[in-house]
Ligand binder design. Structure first.
Ligand code: E4P
Length: 218
């Protein structure tokens, strides 16, 4: 399974990249705003900075919600760097825009997906990635991981090439659950990725190894 980091924070992206296991980055307008990045020019420069760190897929979301606006913005975003994946919301004009981008060879991430039906439309339009929002479904007592599992099954059954990118991941446990149901990618906060390292038997085992080494070698 691939790991993306879900942030627009350059320090966190660099730290995740330095771990050596990062496959990409997802951003959204809220994450960009959290970093205080204001204005189209600054936003675009920021996307390029992210691409230059990771040299891998970087999802950049359109702000427009109408077809023509999404096409214009998506083409401009895609032209910034070959690693840009245009992130498009799962609304009617968004699905039409994804179909257009697919025809132009521009890669897309269909975002804000909360149902199997939406994921079906994204795949039929040729989206490169579909982003089911696990945490936000869990927040309203629905089954986020269950949706990821359903999409993985559906795409395998019908041979869709769209990759299942589990989004709105809130914990290390979510990442493990994504692995268990066969998600292609999980986009996670840095803390959840680092949480994968934690095991008390690793800590105690290492302590013992070093103590035994010291007994003999001083
Ligand atoms: C990723 O593509 C999404 O924008 C993100 O995972 C949403 O996460 P949140 O529900 O924690 O805001």
């Amino acid at each position: 399974m691939k790991f993306f980091i879900d942030t627009a924070n350059l320090e966190q992206i660099q730290e995740a990249y330095n771990l050596g296991v990062l496959d990409g980055v997802t951003t959204n307008p809220s994450l960009m705003a959290k970093e205080g990045i204001k204005g189209v020019q600054n936003q675009r420069e920021h996307y390029v900075k992210i691409c230059n760190i990771v040299k891998a897929d970087v999802s950049a979301e359109v702000i427009a919600t109408d077809y023509e606006g999404m096409i214009k913005e998506g083409e401009e975003l895609a032209a910034l760097n070959p690693h840009i994946v245009v992130k498009v919301p799962c609304i009617a004009d968004g699905i039409k825009a994804i179909k257009y981008f697919t025809g132009k060879g521009i890669r897309t991430n269909c975002t804000l997906v909360f149902s199997l039906g939406q994921a079906l439309l994204a795949a039929k339009a040729g989206a490169s990635y579909v982003s089911p929002f696990v945490g936000r479904l869990d927040d309203i007592s629905e089954d986020g991981i269950g949706l990821v599992a359903g999409i993985v099954d559906m795409y395998a059954r019908y041979g869709y090439q769209t990759q299942v990118l589990a989004a709105s991941i809130r914990s290390t446990k979510h990442i493990i659950e994504c692995v268990e149901v066969g998600a292609d990618v999980a986009t996670c906060p840095l803390s959840a990725i680092k949480g994968l390292l934690n095991h008390p038997l690793t800590d105690s085992g290492l302590k013992t190894f070093l103590a035994d080494y010291k007994k003999v070698n001083g």
